[in-house]
Design a binder for this molecule. Structure first.
Ligand code: GLN
Length: 494
């Protein structure tokens, strides 16, 4: 089924009766059983449940009750709780955890009629940029198996890139949708903080965590987002639906959900932040992208985001601090790994946590606890919060001048497996172009814009809060004018 790589083309084929949900589901399950052993993109495959969902979807088509996404197979990052299906979060701690309920995102995509093929591999508790911290082993980049797929949503990115599913959910705390999308040559949309419910999404850093879409096109990202997003009373930081910008965003998403995505050919003024154009390998690809967009009528302006350099340290203080408190719930009592034969309560805590968490998670808990402890709180945590505000203010200022920003996503293409594992700070610095956006809570989309040595390169389009429509429209225009998003790795033909 060579043309069935995008949600929109699959949707059309289902509607016309050219294929059925069952046939599609069998097709993707077949690809998973042939190729997943090489990639390790899935932790759990839900063969039986997927086929049952597909049969239901086919019945909906027969009864003329199908929506745009009905019957389309997809995968969830293993951070989203799924009732009756394992949710490991990439950790030994949750190796046997079956949630008693499904995340709002999962429920929403279920009710849109999508078929869940399985749960994808990820860095442990979403902490990482290479998927190498997963308890279930690293994911291999389908473009070159000795390279990382990026992280933490590496399983979702590799699965979409190798077409082991046409789309997947991901989450992004400091870049975990955008960076793996770039490394695997797919499209990744990180929405505005609060746009997508965090209910049932295992918490890493609650003021930053945001679910989003990993797809092959910007159009598909809009389609998936339209079914995922929306106000959720179960998430206390869900975007306030009485805000004007939220209402505009809601109206756009409702239109996409009802009628499909129709891109608008508006022209944008696009800022190029000087601080992002320093040392990246992708400069040439971005310059080509700029030329394509200039020819299409978009206008470019150099802008300044002066606090960019402080973003990585700020992010790692705040994310670590929040992680250290969020992960205190894994105490071996109510759920998660419990050590054998504890001597007393303290021994139970100590050993359950020592055995259940991997090295990177422990590093975050330790540094995070340190940043929050008496005597260091003001020096680290409070200072980081102040810098976070300065970073957010930088963005607000430039968005008075330009509509969107165009930047690289990563300092280079996918790096080698084990290349950075011995040097955590080098790994953290990989996130320098993604974490500022996260700290400011803004939406950004990652799209393929070139290649180097057979590996994809990504560009990032950043928008003001709730301007998902603008960044998707611009990304879509670029994808109409170029075919980088259609370049695939060799696996796709297998
Ligand atoms: N790489 C970043 C980290 O390790 C971001 C992870 C994420 O977005 N979940 O924290």
């Amino acid at each position: 089924m060579p043309n069935f790589h995008s949600l929109s083309s699959i949707s059309a084929a289902l509607k016309s009766g050219a294929t059925s949900s069952k046939e599609l589901t069998q097709y993707f399950l077949g690809r998973i059983s042939r190729l997943n052993a090489k990639l390790n993109a899935y932790i759990t495959v839900c063969e039986e449940a997927a086929l049952a969902q597909a049969e239901q979807a086919d019945a909906q088509y027969r009864q003329n009750q199908a929506g745009i996404l009905t019957g389309i197979p997809m995968a969830h990052k293993d951070i989203f709780c799924t009732q009756d299906v394992l949710t490991t979060c990439g950790s030994k701690m949750l190796e046997n955890f079956v949630a008693p309920y499904s995340a709002t995102v999962v429920q929403k995509l279920n009710s849109a009629g999508m078929v869940m093929l399985g749960k994808t591999n990820m860095d442990e508790f979403a902490m990482g940029s290479s998927n190498e911290s997963s308890y279930f082993g690293p994911v291999h980049n389908p473009w070159q198996l000795d390279k990382v797929p990026g992280g933490s949503s590496g399983g979702s990115a590799a699965a979409v890139a190798a077409r082991l599913c046409p789309a997947a959910t991901g989450t992004d705390t400091g870049g975990s949708i955008r960076q793996p999308a770039a490394f695997c040559g797919i499209t990744g949309l990180k929405p505005t903080y609060g746009r997508v419910s965090r209910y049932g999404m295992v918490a890493f850093a609650s003021s930053l965590d945001q679910g989003g879409a990993m797809t092959t096109t910007a159009e598909d990202a809009a389609l998936l987002l339209s079914a995922m997003a929306g106000f959720d009373p179960l998430d206390s930081t869900s975007a306030d639906p009485s805000r004007k910008d939220v209402q505009q965003s809601d109206a756009w998403l409702a239109q996409v959900a009802a009628e499909g995505y129709r891109g608008e050919n508006r022209t944008f003024s696009i800022g190029l932040p000087r601080q992002y154009y320093t040392d990246t390998i992708g400069q040439a690809a971005l310059a080509d992208m700029q030329a394509v967009l200039e020819k299409a009528g978009h206008r470019f302006v150099d802008v300044d985001l002066p606090h960019t350099d402080a973003a990585v340290s700020t992010y790692y203080v705040i994310a670590g601090a929040e992680a250290s408190t969020n992960l205190s719930r894994y105490d071996g009592i109510r759920f998660g790994h419990r050590c054998e034969n504890p001597l007393d309560l303290e021994d139970l805590y100590n050993r359950s946590r020592s055995e259940g968490f991997g090295a990177e998670v422990k590093r975050r808990i330790l540094t995070g606890t340190y940043a929050l402890s008496v005597g260091y709180y003001d020096a680290y945590y409070v200072k980081a919060q102040k810098i976070r505000r300065l970073i957010a203010d930088d963005f607000s200022r430039v968005f008075e001048e330009v509509d969107v920003l165009l930047t690289p996503i990563t300092p280079g293409p996918a790096f080698g497996l084990e290349e950075l594992t011995a040097d955590p700070v080098a790994m953290y610095n990989q996130d320098k172009f993604t974490v500022p956006v996260s700290l400011a809570g803004l939406p950004a989309i990652s799209i393929p814009c070139g290649q180097t040595n057979g590996l994809p390169l990504g560009a990032q389009i950043i928008g003001p809060a709730f301007a998902e429509q603008d960044i998707v429209d611009l990304a879509h225009q670029f994808q109409q004018l170029t075919d980088w998003h259609q370049q695939t790795c060799q696996w796709v033909e297998d």
